[in-house]
Design a binder for this molecule. Structure first.
Ligand code: ME8
Length: 520
């Protein structure tokens, strides 16, 4: 029997955008969730990728004298390398120009068209190329202009296909009301409900005439049109399961035969930013309903980052380059800061001073110091050989494990780090309280020193296991310094008493070297 994977996705980034802190943050939180679920024992499928079609890509490619496909191929390399720089444990990387994706979009369009979900109509109005969206009089500012976010707005008259979205409005309201976990956090769910209750849902224009835009997926039943970018992009979550031969996806929706089919759909979590909530919480569920497919179990909405209290902006130079931070401070310092600083939901503010303060106090002086002094003392006083077991810190470790387990189940990543650092602090306080350096001077205290050294080494081992989803590199280094083989990737290994008397540890080394200079 094929068991259902825990299937988690991120938004697919616009390929022509600049990879920045916000993109890296979203991918890191999704990676931590994916690893946390693996640590809990689930089989996980983690998907990310890039969104490649649309007018902006077509225009920029043309301006650079390139074919859009060649232009996208170059950019996709940058995005893939960001994914590897962040050590994302992804199982696949989708590009919306992949043939496996295009055929699923086309299969869905054909089926929905055959079943009467579309109609053709004339549209007359305003269009923002920058946001790839139609605007109405309601979008104008009091002075009659359109907000700057829309860029240049042009007047258009054109014929297009429309998807009958409006008729599903009440169904969607009922669904969201009955399924409180569907959109999280709660205030985002309330925002969607408020929008749906107070506005008449308009039908969705799902095509663009190919004489205006040809960088898109051709509409299979009318080649004068290409597919609207969002109807194309959202389907990525579905086209990968279809390509993996998922039995939940019927052939009419593009399922392919696969030698080793995977059971993925419905997605367990779509991780997205707050700006694309409407697309995921309104359009996507209605598309799936029309397709006769199950809805994703959760849309998990994160907030937006600023830097030093200002909007991230390439033009003003107010940016955080995740790659530069990682090169200077290490990947785990970056992963730690973003997850510890910001819960999934509210907006966040990156400050260089805050980053350095957390590095110094929580990583270097907190975790790094605990592991380094615990293992160095074991090396110095007992030649690196683990003494017989003792239970001073057993209860503290067990309590931490229970809270972390619960946090993982609720995707409460920041809370899990707070809980784990509770144990780090207890470990450091235990060193101060028991003063092993004094015990070592008194031969009559040899047994007590054994007990203390055991508690410290075992706590370090458990910390490695608890930290694996967040700081996989650090966690592997702690394991190696403890002389343990294998990966600390299963939470079940965090039960007290794993270190055996007589085991010889490896070489202690600083996990987070002290840094005195500011970020550049
Ligand atoms: O919207 N802080 O792509 P995108 C946090 N292609 N997150 C941020 C952010 C910030 N300052 N800026 C952007 C798209 N993001 C579409 C998605 S999904 C089927 C198609 C997040 O490259 C943003 O909220 O503009 C989104 O979730 C992701 O980065 C990609 O944004």
């Amino acid at each position: 029997m094929m068991s259902k994977c825990f299937y988690i996705t991120t938004a697919i980034d616009y390929v022509n955008g600049e990879p920045h802190l916000g993109h890296a943050y979203e991918k890191v939180i999704a990676d931590v969730i994916a690893r946390a679920r693996r640590s809990l024992g689930s089989e996980v499928f983690f998907l990310t990728g890039v969104d490649e079609h649309g007018q902006k890509v077509q225009q920029t490619a043309l301006a650079q004298g390139k074919e859009p496909q060649a232009y996208c191929d170059e950019l996709a390399v940058t995005w893939r390398s960001l994914a590897s720089k962040l050590e994302l444990s992804i199982n696949d990387f989708i590009r919306t120009t992949d043939p496996r994706h295009k055929r699923v979009v086309q299969a869905i369009l054909s089926k929905l068209n055959a079943e009467g979900h579309f109609y053709k109509a004339n549209y007359e109005g305003f269009y923002s190329t920058k946001e790839e969206t139609f605007l109405t009089e309601k979008d104008r500012l009091p002075d009659g202009t359109f907000p700057a976010v829309y860029g240049e707005v042009t007047k258009l008259v054109e014929e297009n296909y429309y998807f009958k979205l409006g008729m599903h409005q009440q169904w969607l309201i009922d669904y969201i009301e009955k399924n409180p976990g569907f959109i999280q956090p709660d205030y985002r769910r309330n925002e969607v409900l408020g929008f749906l209750r107070n506005n008449q849902l308009e039908d969705l224009c799902i095509t663009r005439p190919s004489n205006r835009l040809n960088w898109g997926i051709p509409v299979p039943f009318d080649t004068n049109f290409v597919t609207y970018v969002w109807f194309d992009a959202l389907v990525n979550y579905f086209s990968v399961p279809a390509a993996q031969g998922d039995p939940a996806i019927p052939p009419a929706l593009g399922a392919q035969a696969a030698e080793h089919p995977l059971s993925l759909w419905p997605a367990d979590v779509h991780v997205i930013g707050k700006d694309i909530l409407k697309f995921h919480a309104v359009y996507w569920p209605i598309m799936l309903k029309a397709m006769g497919a199950a809805l994703p179990r959760q849309i998990l909405v994160h907030g937006w980052w600023q830097k030093e209290g200002e909007k991230l902006s390439k033009t003003t130079g107010n940016v955080v380059d995740p790659i530069a931070v990682i090169n200077e401070w290490g990947l785990d310092a970056f992963r730690f800061y973003v997850v510890r600083e910001l819960a999934i939901g509210p907006d966040g503010n990156w400050t260089d001073a805050g980053f350095q303060a957390r590095y110094q106090s929580e990583l270097a002086n907190g975790l790094g110091n605990l592991v380094n002094r615990s293992l160095s003392m074991l090396k110095r006083y007992r030649d690196g050989v683990v003494p017989a077991g003792n239970d001073d810190l057993r209860e503290a470790a067990a309590k931490t494990l229970e809270s972390v387990k619960a946090d993982f189940g609720d995707n409460q990543l920041q809370a899990a780090l707070v809980d784990i650092w509770g144990l780090v602090t207890q470990g450091n306080q235990y060193v101060d309280r028991t003063a092993p350096f004094k015990l070592a001077k008194d031969p009559a205290q040899a047994k007590r020193l054994d007990e203390v050294l055991y508690n410290l080494a075992e706590t370090c081992r458990i910390l490695a296991v608890l930290l694996w989803p967040f700081l996989p590199g650090t966690s592997a280094r702690i394991y190696a310094q403890l002389g343990l083989s294998g990966e600390p990737d299963k939470l079940s290994a965090a039960a007290w008493g794993g270190l055996q008397a007589g085991h010889r540890i490896g070489e202690p080394a600083a996990l987070f070297p002290r840094k005195d200079k500011p970020t550049g």
